[in-house]
Design a protein around this ligand. Sequence first.
Ligand SMILES: [Zn+2]
Length: 240
Amino acid sequence: MDLLKQELPVEQETLLISDDVKTGLVLVDIVNGFCTVGAGNLAPTAPDKQISGMVDESVRLAKMFCEKKWPIYALLDSHHPDIPEHPYPPHCIAGTDESKLVPELQWLENEPNVTLRCKDCIDGFLGSIEKDGSNVFVDWVKTNQIKVILVVGICTDVCVLDFVCSALSARNRRILTPLEDVVVYSPACATFDFPLHVAQNIKGALAHPQELMHHIGLYMAKGRGAKVVSEVLLHLPVEI
Ligand SMILES: [Zn+2]
């Protein structure tokens, strides 16, 4: 890990958020099926520090955004039982607890500043496209005149990364005006753990060591043009 971090360093900044720059929070797949121990085929099988830390930090941010009445966009992985998502086993079937927000975030369902979006694919940008071709995420950015999106959730190197890459491409194509910055907050991101010694014993399985893949996810996001931050602080105006 040390060698990797040395060869592929990811410098992380601090993000100051304030009323001056309209910021939206994007929660990627913080659902039971990926975060709650024993909840399904892709849920952790034992308590997982990286995942529980991600949930705690996401809750902290969600509370901050709700107090300020700032916009939140929550993506929920949600699949039709007859349409599998290769290469993953069945997970987050629509209507089950697996595709619901984790208990710590379920209160968001009743908050007026929160837009919930079920998606049946990895990339939440594509998953936000409606049958008529409109895009719920694009509309959310435009309606709220968002300049910065703060992206958190799971998995750093899968759904978070794909969403970030698509958002950056869409921004560069001027589809997301007035969006300027896509920011990934690393302590509020996590990925799953499938270590090499386990994968080796399963034919065709791809190893996915957690800490390494989390780092790679951040590295790739930064390489595509996202900002990666290790700290998010609320910047309060100084009263004179
Ligand atoms: Zn899925």
